[in-house]
Structures are given as C-alpha cells and as structure tokens.
Design a binder for this molecule. Sequence first.
Ligand code: IPM
Ligand code: MN
Length: 355
Amino acid sequence: MKKYDVGVIPGDGTGPEVTAEALKVLKAAAQVEGLDFNLVHYDLGGERYLKKGELVPNSVLSELRQMNAILLGAIGHPDVKPGILETGVLLKLRFELDLYINLRPVVLFPGVYTPLRDKGPADIDFTVVRENTEGLYAGSGGFLKKGSPDEVAVQESVNTRKGVERCIRFAFKYCRKLNRRKKLTLCCKTNVLTFAFDLWDRVFRECAADYPDVQTDYAHVDAICMWMVKNPEYFDVIVTDNMFGDIITDLGAMIQGGMGIAAGGNINPEGTSMFEPIGGSAPKYPGLNKINPLAAICSGQMMLVHLGEDKAAVRILNAVKKALQHDLKSLDAGKMGMGTKEVGDLVAKYVREQV
Ligand code: IPM
Ligand code: MN
C-alpha cells in the first residue's frame, strides 16, 4: 500500500468545513485505490495568531517540508488586520517552501453555469501558470515620511532571471505534457513595464528554442482580460507574473462557475507542494453548512495528480463531474440545493461507485 504524509492546514473561516469534505473524498478514493494517507493537522491561521501571536513557527515549517504534500483550506480572519495572515501565513508558506508555481486550471465542467452566454465547456478549458514567489509580492518597498503630506510609498516588482526562467520553463513543459493545442501565451505588459517584462519577454524567447513543438504567443494583460471574456477558447496555457496571475485567475474563476469550483496548486517541482482553493475564508458563511466544498475537493484531486496517483485522481474528477451534471443546483454558497457536507458525501459516494 502506498503511503503519503499529508500536512493539513484547514485555516480560517470556511476553510475547516471545505477541508473536511476534501479529506472525506480523498479518503474514499484512497480506500478504493489502495492508498494510505497519514494526515498531520496544523492549526495555522487567525485563531492561533489571536491566541498565541504566532503565525508559522519554524518547527512547523520544517515538518511541512518533510510532507509529501500539503492541503490548505483558507487563510483570513475578520478580527485580524488585512495583510498579517496573508503575508505571515499564506505568502510565508509559498516563499519558505519555494512554491514557485501557482497552477490554476480554468475549466468549465458540463452542467455548470458560466456568465459568458455563448460559451460552453469546449470553449473554457485552459490553465494559468502564475509565478508565485516574486514580482510585486516579494515585499520589497517601503514608506518615506509616512503619515505626512509628503508621504511616499514604494512597492517594487522583483523579477530575477532564475525566478522568471524556472517559471517559464515549467509552463513550456506543462503545456507539452498537457499535449492539447500546445500553445503557450506569455501574459505581460511589455509596452509600459519595460524593465520587468523585458526580462520576461527575453527569457520567454530564449526558452522557446528548447521547446520547438510548443507554439508561442504573447498578449498584454489587459488584452488577456478582454479575450478571456470574448474568446476564452483562444487559450491553452498562459504564463504570467505573480500579480497579473492573481488577478486574471479571479476572472478565470468567474467564467468557470465561480469560487466554489476554482482549485489551485502551489507547486515546487523539487519539493513539497501545497494545494488550496483559489477563494478565501468567506467570513459570511462559516458554520452554516452552506459553502461549496468543490474547489477544495478539486484541489485534493490536483494533489493526487501531483503525487502521480492518476487513477484515484480520475475517480474524483469523474465523481465531481457527475455531481455537477445531475445534482448541484448552483455552485454558489447557500444555493447548491444541498449542504456542504452533503456535497462531500455525494462526491465520496460517486468516487466509491465507479467501476
Ligand atoms: C490568492 C489570494 C492570495 C494572493 C492572497 C490571500 C494573499 O488572493 O491565492 O490568489 O493574492 O495570492
Ligand atoms: Mn487571489
């Protein structure tokens, strides 16, 4: 029996509820496929911070590094000032574990509502590869004369040759592995941000020579936003920096049916990767059994793909598709026609029922 150590960080708000359903479904798949998960829970997040003043202790970091993978629910607490948990927990984990890729598939499953009237599952099916450790997120900058009328605030985008290159190479390889249209679109803003994205553009062109079977393409981020709405079928894989990747994947989440279904993976191809829904802790919904757990379930599915457990992953994918086509009324919290736990039960049942 194959055994995996999985760090589980349920986190804040609705995080624990959706994580519980993801684990329910993962356990069902594990049982059928003969896998064994050794789950190690960590109480990182707002409550721990408020009680102990602790964000991510070094001892937890070193334990997480030893895991085969990490599953995270959500981080963000209404009683903690914005920025503290985001940078102190989520970004800290991304940076310390060097999770340099944020992989975000934008897939419209059959039976799911999209606000794009004339588009369907055949049109909305692409992946965003977001750089996850640099850019405007690196935390470089500061204030001058803070609080005075002469105040200056600077926030710098940090782009290293190494960081850009490893992200772009990952995207080329990923596009090749998907083996669909094999088109990689670089999403930047070379017409205005002429330093950072000049580097991205040069590295992209240089790397392209090593992947001649992959078609290359470029679009400015604003045009990408237009086309994601107007003709999303244009895209196969998009590679972009941290900030643009953050923004366009929220747009992506909306066209694939909302935050209820948008899953993602923070990947370190050489280390421990962490899987999490794109959405946040949904402070309006904790404890109501109303939040949609599918994004967390699909993040668990991505974790299985990453671990090389394709059979178990396909089981979950098929089960989610079946539930979407036959059972869920909507993907929005409180409108699914069933509760959080019932969605988890149903997907777990469909996972077990497959031959
Ligand atoms: C995301 C989130 C995070 C980000 C925040 C919470 C730091 O919006 O995962 O997209 O901006 O990366
Ligand atoms: Mn975001």
